[in-house]
Design a protein around this ligand. Structure first.
Ligand code: ACM
Length: 763
């Protein structure tokens, strides 16, 4: 129903005789065909009939129009890869199945797409518009099963020029092949800026010919492991200049601009490790580069260091044609500058107020260097604190206040506020068992973000270049996880960045997300299904032996289920109320919209043990002060456990544990390195002193203080870097109780975590 309303609002009468289908009197009105285009176009007029796309058809471009030829090639390539359709590209005036044409005066990146039963035309004034018209046509052609495009007239153009995604390749490295796939997925969704975070404390990822140690030293580290655990292998990597050139060209052919980021003056430990003369002379403890958090190491501001930064940026500018060059600027804690007499003397000599002003001075120097090469500086919102030239653009991440201050000060700005556009956050409670930051940012949360805050006047809103999602990768190791965290949330950024502010209908959007994920899967994407997959709240009644399951999914769609082990199809039982059944049983469920199964599913076997078991993702942390879903540091190869942990208050609750007849408890525990630079917050992590050398896991009922009902010494786990099962008797209780799990320790390293809890009945 929401879907129909949204579609109706976008229907416009079209000159040229297209008719809307007439409803049969007495019959239920036929729903209009789903408009499976994402981002939603500005205006759509449905026509009569449809155009059948067949292998052997032609795409026609005008002679000499290279932009049209490239757009045609991309369209042909997408149809081949996702549908196996083979279309030829011909040069000529007209007469092909699909034609590309130029119409001067259409808006930048905009296009006009006309589909009739006889043929299809994509018109635009610029190359990007032709390309995006092709993307829309491809989406229309791949919405159903028949390569049939409903007759349509679409007028479309983006709301914002900057529709971005930031990828952190510094914390964890991704393969060049992944970067190309990411560009494919972005371009297929009309995202057009890939902000590439190439430098951070943990890694320098870009080959710089003049300074080979940046990658020889700075691109590698040994990941942290728990104390006493065997060291892990060195990991890392970097992108050679040849690889970068190829990636930049690949992106340009898909109208994606890569905006490189070279961090300064903080987040620069990888460079300072490689060339200590760039730093403040403060020793670097071995292995610190494998910690996460905010580090104190800063570049110095001597002329040779500024010369180094200029040299690096010269090579960066030679590789990346982007007008904007990102120079970081965030989280540069000034302790090392404050403590250094030479820096203090420089602040005085330059007549500056303080260290923030010194950062501002450095940024201005860098900005002049970029401007001399025709480029513009962009930085995180901290660059406003030191004063920055009006031509600099500001990327707002500490909420949107940076964007508001920037726009009010006349700077262009990009909105990428934490936590809502921070795609390292998990996407559902429990995080689907994947690591990440532990605040839930759902697809719906992102879709509800307002990229044009009403606090800004209309004039100030003109400074908003657009928005982007940021994929930080401290907890996102490897290509597959990066894809999983970025999508489908990046599709919400695509729609917010492209489509008009109204109408905005989440269910209609979710339908189009499901279609788009289908297409992108054929381009190699494995996305999160958290928005669609049912999740279950479970309770077990020991007296009746009944388990009761409450299902829900994020988009609130219809759900269908089976209890016989078969995959639920469109005619399976409809979920309408909590389900109660005796164990053993297998429950499978999927979301549905309009008779179509949605991505992801639920599948669980319930037996007498499972109804008394909770995995880590089904526990909640007691206070949720700094929740992280952390991956175990072992095994070195293969699947690792993931622990949702509050790192400043490690404490978990098993809600409503069925305690009747329980005589013992088994707790699976893992240990993690405490590799977090969180400053003085570390002093506030307090533990009860242990009674045994290695400490004990303690279990309490209905409270986290007082007498434990079970105590499990950690000694058997102390020398196992993986997950260990501890077992102990438990004080008998009847009924359901919230069980609280904490541990005694001398300090936060290692950090212990509960992987799973099994309540054991006597045999
Ligand atoms: C940031 O998240 N430090 C930009």
């Amino acid at each position: 129903m929401f879907r129909l309303a949204a579609f109706a609002l976008t229907l416009l009468a079209l000159a040229g005789g297209m008719e809307k289908a007439k409803a049969q009197p007495g019959a239920a009105p036929a729903p209009p065909p789903a408009l499976a285009v994402l981002p939603r176009p500005v205006s759509v007029a449905a026509g009569a009939g449809s155009f059948q796309l067949r292998s052997g058809g032609a795409i026609v471009v005008a002679p000499g129009d290279q932009g049209a030829r490239r757009a045609a090639q991309r369209l042909a390539d997408l149809l081949l890869r996702t549908r196996g359709l083979r279309l030829a590209i011909r040069t000529g005036k007209r007469g092909g199945a699909i034609g590309f044409a130029r119409i001067p005066g259409l808006p930048a990146e905009g296009y006009r797409l006309t589909v009739t039963p006889r043929g299809t035309t994509i018109a635009a004034s610029d190359d990007a518009g032709l390309f995006y018209g092709g993307i829309t046509l491809w989406q229309l052609a791949t919405a159903g099963g028949e390569n049939r495009i409903p007759a349509t007239a679409i007028e479309d153009a983006p709301r914002f020029a900057w529709r971005g995604l930031m990828l952190d390749s510094a914390r964890h490295f991704q393969s060049p092949a992944f970067i190309r796939r990411l560009i494919d997925w972005m371009a297929a969704s009309k995202l057009n800026r890939l902000h590439w975070h190439l430098v951070d404390d943990q890694g320098w990822r870009l080959q710089i010919r003049k300074y080979p140690r940046l990658t020889a030293i700075g691109a590698w580290r040994v990941p942290a492991s728990a104390p006493g655990a065997p060291p892990l292998s060195r990991e890392g990597g970097f992108y050679s200049q040849a690889e970068v050139r190829a990636i930049v060209a690949y992106a340009a052919a898909r109208h994606v601009t890569i905006v490189p980021e070279i961090e300064m003056p903080g987040h620069a430990l990888s460079a300072i490790r490689a060339y200590p003369r760039l730093g403040m002379g403060v020793p670097i403890p071995p292995g610190i580069e494998s910690d996460w958090g905010i580090f104190p190491w800063l570049y110095n501001v001597d002329e040779p260091t500024i010369g180094f930064l200029d040299d690096v940026l010269d090579e960066v500018m030679a590789l990346f044609p982007s007008t904007y060059i990102h120079v970081g600027g965030d989280e540069a804690v000034k302790d090392q500058w404050k403590a250094d007499p030479a820096v203090q003397a420089k602040i005085r000599a330059l007549g500056l107020k303080d260290e923030n002003a010194l950062q501002g001075w450095l940024v201005k120097r860098i900005e002049e260097h970029l401007a001399a090469h025709g480029r513009r500086l962009i930085g995180w919102d901290e660059i406003l604190e030191g004063g920055v030239a009006p031509s600099a653009a500001v990327m707002s991440w500490r909420g949107i206040s940076g964007a508001i201050a920037a726009a009010q000060g006349g700077h262009d700005t990009v909105l990428s506020p934490a936590p809502i556009l921070y795609f390292d956050n998990i996407q559902s409670p429990g995080g689907e068992g994947q690591p990440g930051r532990g605040s839930v940012v759902s697809l719906g949360d992102v879709y509800a973000f307002d990229p044009a805050p009403a606090t800004l006047t209309v004039d100030q809103q003109r400074h908003i270049l657009g928005l982007q999602g940021n994929l930080w990768t401290e907890h996102v190791r490897g290509d597959a996880r990066a894809a999983f965290m970025a999508f489908p949330r990046a599709l919400a950024v695509a729609e917010l960045g492209w489509s008009p502010a109204t109408p905005r209908d989440f269910l209609d959007f979710a339908d189009r997300v499901a279609d788009q994920l289908d297409r992108l899967a054929k381009l190699g994407l494995g996305a999160s299904t958290a928005a669609f997959a049912p999740i279950a709240a479970e309770s077990f009644d020991t007296k009746s032996g009944l388990v009761t399951i409450k299902l829900a999914n994020q988009i609130g769609s219809e759900m269908r289920y089976t209890l016989d082990g078969t995959m639920p199809g469109a005619t399976a039982a409809l979920y309408t109320a909590p389900l109660s059944f005796v164990v053993p049983a297998r429950l499978r469920a999927r979301g549905f919209r309009g008779g179509h199964a949605l991505p992801g599913g639920f599948d669980r076997i319930y037996d007498p043990a499972s109804v008394r078991r909770r995995g880590n993702a089904e526990l909640r942390t007691c206070a949720a002060r700094l929740n992280l879903a952390l991956e175990d540091d072992a095994p070195a190869q293969g699947r690792r456990a993931v622990f949702l942990t509050d790192i400043v208050n490690p404490c978990w609750i098993y809600e409503k544990a069925p305690m009747d007849g329980i005589a013992s408890i088994a707790v699976d525990v893992g240990q993690l390195p405490f590799n977090f630079q969180i400053g003085h917050d570390r002093d506030h992590i307090v533990f009860t002193p242990p009674r045994t050398a290695e400490g004990e896991m303690e279990v309490r009922a209905d409270t986290c203080t007082g007498e434990p009902i079970a105590v499990l010494p950690l000694a058997p786990a102390a020398h196992n870097p993986g997950v260990t099962t501890l077992r102990a008797t438990i004080r008998p209780l009847s009924g359901a109780h919230d069980l609280c799990f904490t541990y005694t320790a001398r300090g936060p390293d290692p950090l212990w975590a509960v992987a799973a809890v099994q309540l054991e009945a006597p045999r």
